[in-house]
Design a protein around this ligand. Structure first.
Ligand code: SF4
Ligand code: SF4
Length: 122
């Protein structure tokens, strides 16, 4: 029987299987990441969003779900303008969080090299 709708695949994260090492590392260098409530104010005001689809809310959510690659790709659209820091209702220093992420990825010398982009944007 066709009801005209279907069920989407579950997006639930299996906390026993996902890799939360990046999230735990960020908790140490930018502990206020724990207080993000996913309101989306940062994404709504983001300077880079109209050009790149940048959403800090999604970046944080991806980190919380162990999706590092997804977070990394999206963060490449950030201009480091700092508007998200000004509007965050939880007072999270989002710019510090973003810079900490870039430094972490740069120090690891993994697949993406953000160091050059960060130097230019600062
Ligand atoms: S504005 Fe702050 S609390 Fe809201 S989603 Fe962005 S970082 Fe999280
Ligand atoms: S610092 Fe980055 S994430 Fe925050 S508003 Fe500016 S472009 Fe968007």
């Amino acid at each position: 029987m066709d009801f005209g709708f279907g069920f989407s695949p579950s997006s639930a994260a299996d906390l026993d299987k996902i890799d939360l090492s990046l999230y735990h590392r960020m908790e140490k260098v930018a502990p206020d990441i724990r207080t993000c409530m996913g309101c989306g104010s940062c994404s709504a005001t983001c300077t880079g969003a109209p050009f790149s689809g940048m959403s800090l809310r999604k970046v944080i959510l991806a980190i919380q779900r162990g999706k590092e690659r997804e977070a990394r790709e999206m963060l490449s659209g950030c201009m480091l303008c700092g508007k998200c820091t000004m509007v965050c209702p939880r007072g999270i220093n989002t710019r510090n969080l973003i810079i900490s992420l870039c430094r972490y990825w740069d120090s690891d010398k993994r697949e993406y090299d953000f160091s050059r982009e960060v130097e230019v944007k600062i």
